[in-house]
Design a protein. Sequence first.
Lengths: 149, 387
Amino acid sequence: MTAEQARASLASTFGVEIAAAVPMVVIVTPDRWEEVARYAKETLGCRFFNFLTAVDWKEQGLEVVARVDNLEENVSLMLKTKLGPGVNNCASLTPVYRGANWMERECFDMFGIHFANHPDLRRILLDDGWEGHPLLKSYAVDTPHPPYR
Amino acid sequence: MLDVNNTTRVEVDWSGPERLQMNMGPQHPSAHGVFRAILGLQGETVVDVDAVIGYLHRCHEKLSETLTYAQYPSIASKTDYVAAMTSEFAYVMAAEEIGKIEVPKRAQYLRVICAELQRIASHLLWLGTWCMDMGGALGGGATIFLYCIREREDILDLFEALVGARLLYGFFQVGGTRYDVPDGWIDKCRSTVDRIDSRVDEYEQMLEDNAFFLARTQNVGTVSRELAQDVGIAGPLLRGSGVNFDLRKNVPYSSYEDFDFKVPVETAGDCYARYKVRMQEFREASKIIRQALDKLPSGPISSRPALKSVAQIRIVKGEAYARVEGPRGEVGSYIISDGSAKPYRMKWRGASFSNLSILPHIIPGHKVADVVAIMGSVDPVFGEVDR
């Protein structure tokens, strides 16, 4: 499937406008998050899980971003979903891509996003006793933290 | 970390196989850094793995939001300190992509030369340490290690002559490179590459005729093509599992389309396949370096004007994900710019982070001794895992 075909099929299935760019940016609502990932993997052949992260847009809330690639056809998708102000729940992509496991743990660690259905959601880079989620814009760089035990 | 109260405990009597939990690390020599693997053992066989990382976490992503586009590239080299050139490369490429900043041809070639020299240096360190991990069967333990370090030293000398630093360079800047090659450097580079090429032949003879080496690497830690893509491992690991994907070939950047080189692919997916891919990459890297040295264009090395202040480079609003093929695979930098002198958000896609996350999938079923061989073949650098 070429990039153009992928774009058309995504646009009709999810009712979203997608600009012809590399990578294609697909913005969906949070309730279709897992569905769009499954569609990308099974229908569009984007089997390579590249990364998953989040962006804190302050009062507009958090946005989760994932990138998946179809290596054979050079189709790259940037999947995005805005969780909305004050929301920190999101569907997990781990049932679709096994690579999402650690990336979602990192997102939980850094942004406090709770991924539903994640098999093992706990902090990955910071220690268990850490307070707060450092990549939130509300977390100041010089936030004091208690000494390590 | 492991929550002791939350783990499932299996009560076994003396007649059944006893389950033992063993800590490997955080200070295990084969980890090449600080990595703790909690292995669940039945006899000598590993049945489950819990990987604990984060000991080297410095929150590079938060840090990059506080540093300008002029300041951060030299800090970027501290993510993957064994291949510092590639992480700088990814960061400046992302900034250039958003700002539509032209990079002069000479700078593009210099970037390619340094990235490929770095690949050789990084692979040398991998080969030496990996063979040392697997121990005395390989010609007395430290033999290959010391040979490899000798060759890597020559490349670090080249970098020292070019940049003034041996490990963390700050060679890249948004718009080009910071330094041009000094007199005589090109000839020295050419002779170094030739010498290393002939030595790689020696290593292959030493290793591939060694029955112990073959026994410890073949059919150990096999990664299927499907699993490799699903987890998102990259670089030699992905190509060792039969996926023909190399960013330099498939999505050329920085003039890689000007050079003639092959992408080595192996289909077995085991430690030996990953070793074979890397050994062939030595030669392909030196091929690229020779071509780049022959064709090195003249002209400026940077399109960036001299700066009066570090906050002078401002990148227009936008976002970009730039990726380069590092020694360990795809190193990517995802930058969101809000039009100021610092990124609004920067995400590192560390190749080692994704590569390391394959371990829980492939280790169970192997013996403890194989864990060392598998981990070495993954070649993680913990600065990049923990960022």
